[in-house]
Design a protein around this ligand. Structure first.
Ligand code: AMP
Length: 590
């Protein structure tokens, strides 16, 4: 009897028979469930797809087998050092084998204190692929902060560039967990007393077995970690899983994000110690892009020369790097950068004047937003179809926004007072909240962190960035919650003021902070760096320049001309230090 006839027969009598009543009901086969966004278990039909783990091993294997001949270059003091993905993967395998012999186990934190080099890429491949956790240390931190991070992560081995050993030596009191130091790109002058034994990278490779049996990894295991640059509190550890690294790297090769391709020649100027160089090394290994590593050379002349020599097609860095490049090109307009498709810019807001200045050299800036906790790419500002017909000025205004979420993540703007989602009107602002598979769900050692307002709410991460969302879904950062200026109960965006001031032809850089005011609570004060040989700007000049572009009550109450704006370890304006510097110089009165 087929299923239909059997059921039809059983439904003929509405009263269950005596026999049927005595038979225990057959339990319904248990159906698989998934968790809905509200947390309920929802039954689903089983998928027939393989549960294939998304790991860095897969990225490594592709680079090793599919792109062994693809070139990798590191800028050195006297030229370029050349290697290939084949050589890097062979070395990575030896490093993994050596770490295994040294007793490194799954989950152990293995740190790097290093510039952007092919050696560093070898460690990007070796450490997660063998099941350990690549912990990139920020070489621009003060030794006590660096020490705190080494201690908090309980790093077991540190791979350090030779010229950074003096910094590491200062961290000695915090290095109880560290069993060995491996020196790269040079050698140690001596073995300091009370310091973990120092090995030479080249010796480790020379003495290591040439092959290693990679362990089986679960995609949810930790692959890498990075600490936030925390200017107000101790840095917090973010631990990336294999899955999050893989998915984030996959997002970078999508055409509508950064669109990194195998035919690209990528130059990550963003440091490899800062959020995995925005995922570029992983994405490059996935598709076989040539990579040019700048080493420790961040000056515009060296960067421009390497870009021209190697015919770089895509690069990534913070706005200060691109401001420096524009200033260099103004004096050296014949340098040939025609190979460049995109300069990805993130970490701080890209002023529209910077985007326009680069356009003049036919260099397209692609504005991205993200943070350590978001792996980092969260949004990218690309023009949508149809927007090409807008005027150049209108397009520029869109490109200066931080863009709309990349596929895979969701963003919402929450009004900070009502707790409700802000309308998509490009005016109302609130905190950016974000969720997705490469957004952190907690912090490392969260139990030790100071109690404050939680960074997590209903499955969303609270970024602490304040932004508007326009009707097309583009976000525009207004400020960090702690930097937004509150004047007489109204909000003023320091980021927007900075962007406009930096468009002044005599201004090189500008930062705006709120300073205490007896009547208005806070008023904006601008710190301005003039371009070389330009006379200082007066407050009156500044206000006259700003007046047609902002509300009257946004006009700064004071201007301070300075030679440099203090920066954080990752090149952003350090407004905490700036505020304390200005405290002695600026006293606002009614
Ligand atoms: P970090 O975790 O050190 O990478 O810093 C992340 C923070 O940098 C974000 O929360 C923002 O405040 C800022 N940021 C990153 N990208 C941008 C951008 N495109 N525009 C404005 N601010 C940005």
């Amino acid at each position: 009897m087929n299923w239909f006839r059997r059921n039809a027969a059983s439904q003929q009598s509405s009263q269950p028979s005596q026999v049927a009543q005595n038979i225990a009901p057959t339990p319904a086969p248990s159906e698989p469930t998934i968790r809905s966004q509200s947390g309920n278990a929802v039954p689903v039909i089983s998928s027939t797809m393989m549960d294939y783990p998304l790991t860095v091993q897969f990225i490594f294997q592709r680079a090793k087998t599919l792109f062994p001949k693809r070139e990798l270059v590191t800028v050195t003091a006297d030229g370029y050092e050349r290697s290939t993905f084949g050589e890097v993967c062979a070395n990575a395998e030896k490093i993994a084998a050596a770490l295994n012999i040294m007793g490194v186990k799954k989950g152990d934190r293995i740190a790097t204190l290093a510039w952007n080099t092919t050696r560093h890429l070898e460690l990007y491949m070796a450490i997660p692929t063998m099941g350990a956790v690549l912990h990139t240390l920020n070489l621009r931190l003060a030794s006590d902060q660096l020490g705190f991070i080494i201690q908090d992560a309980a790093d077991k081995i540190i791979f350090a560039d030779a010229d950074l050993l003096p910094l590491l030596e200062k961290c000695r009191p915090y290095m109880g967990s560290v069993e060995r130091i491996v020196v790269m790109n040079g050698s140690a002058a001596s073995q300091p007393a009370d310091f973990p034994p120092i090995l030479q990278y080249e010796d480790v490779i020379a003495n290591a077995p040439t092959s290693f049996t990679w362990p089986e990894l679960d995609e949810r295991e930790a692959a890498a970690m990075c600490y936030t640059s925390g200017t107000t509190a101790n840095p917090k550890g973010v631990v990336y899983s294999h899955r999050s690294v893989y998915l984030h790297a996959s997002s970078l090769i999508m055409t509508d994000t950064i669109g990194l391709s195998g035919s690209d020649i990528a130059m990550p100027i963003v440091p490899m110690f800062h959020v995995n160089a925005w995922g570029l090394p992983h994405a490059a290994a996935m598709v076989g892009s040539k990579v040019v590593f700048p080493g420790k050379y961040m000056d515009p002349a060296r960067i421009a020369r390497a870009m021209a020599d190697e015919r770089v097609t895509l690069s990534a860095g913070v706005p200060t790097i691109w401001l420096g490049l524009v200033q260099f090109l103004e004096k050296n307009p014949t340098v040939d950068l025609s190979s460049i498709r995109y300069l990805v810019c993130g970490g701080s807001a890209a002023p529209s004047a910077l985007i326009a200045a680069l356009d003049k050299y036919n260099l397209k800036l692609l504005h991205a937003w993200g943070m350590t906790e978001t792996s980092p790419i969260g949004s990218i500002s690309r023009l949508k179809a149809g927007m090409e017909s807008l005027s150049y000025t209108e397009q520029l205004a869109i490109r200066a926004k931080q863009g709309f979420p990349v596929p895979g993540v969701e963003i919402r703007i929450m009004n900070m007072e009502t707790g409700k989602e802000a309308p998509w009107d490009g005016v109302s602002f609130g905190e950016i909240q974000i969720r997705g598979p490469w957004i952190t769900g907690s912090y490392f050692h969260s139990e030790n962190l100071e109690q404050g307002e939680s960074k997590f709410i209903d499955g969303w991460f609270r970024t602490g960035d304040v932004a508007t969302m326009d009707p097309d879904g583009y976000i525009q950062i207004v400020d960090r919650t702690k930097d937004v200026i509150k004047s007489g109960g109204e909000w003023i965006s320091s980021v927007q003021l900075e962007s406009i001031i930096m468009a002044h032809p005599r201004v090189a850089e500008a930062a705006v902070v709120g300073m205490p005011h007896p009547k208005w609570q806070e008023r904006p004060v601008a710190a301005v760096v003039m371009k070389p040989d330009q006379p200082p700007m007066t407050l009156e000049e500044l206000r006259t320049f700003l007046e047609p572009q902002v509300a009257k009550w946004w006009l700064p109450d004071a201007i301070v001309i300075t030679s440099a704006i203090p920066k954080t370890s990752v090149g952003k304006f350090d407004k905490k230090i700036l505020r304390s510097q200005l405290q002695d110089q600026v006293h606002l009165a009614d």
